[in-house]
Design a protein around this ligand. Structure first.
Ligand SMILES: [Zn+2]
Ligand SMILES: [Zn+2]
Length: 144
């Protein structure tokens, strides 16, 4: 399993970036999780259905906002492990994907942040918050 988290308090980060600190953090984390899983087949030999994800605004283990990505097959087949080192590249790619997707709703579209296999019916999702979180991950994200 890969887990990565954002070290800075997101409220401070948002303020420093001049961004509304009340964006939907969970919607943003959830959107980032979907976008990363969606592009993962470009970086590892897998299908998006082979990978699972969970995101949370706070996790006791990391003491930070966290996203967990794991092999969907019981016991794992090494996909998450093989992609861990490439994670910063995936954050960049997800930022471009979301930034360049022409869809207008904050909850995105199937080409960017919506997932066909979401257990929560693609709710909540927040494109603006996802962009901020990806910028934060690129600058401050820690893997492991
Ligand atoms: Zn879209
Ligand atoms: Zn989901």
């Amino acid at each position: 399993m890969i887990k990565f988290h954002i070290l800075l308090q997101h409220e401070n980060f948002f303020r420093e970036m001049g961004i509304d600190p009340y964006l939907d953090i969970f919607g943003g984390l959830h959107a980032v999780e979907h976008a990363l899983i969606g592009i993962m087949p470009l970086y590892a030999l897998c299908d998006r259905h082979d990978i699972g994800g969970v995101s949370t605004p706070y996790h006791l283990d990391t003491e930070a906002a966290s996203i967990f990505i794991y092999d969907g097959h019981a016991g794992g087949v090494g996909i998450a492990k093989s992609i861990a080192l490439n994670m910063p590249k995936l954050w960049q790619a997800a930022l471009i994907l979301i930034g360049e997707c022409p869809c207008t709703p904050e909850d995105g579209c199937p080409a960017c942040i919506q997932s066909p296999k979401c257990g929560n019916n693609n709710k909540p999702l927040d494109k603006s918050a996802a962009t901020v979180i990806l910028l934060d991950l690129i600058q401050n994200g820690k893997i492991g």
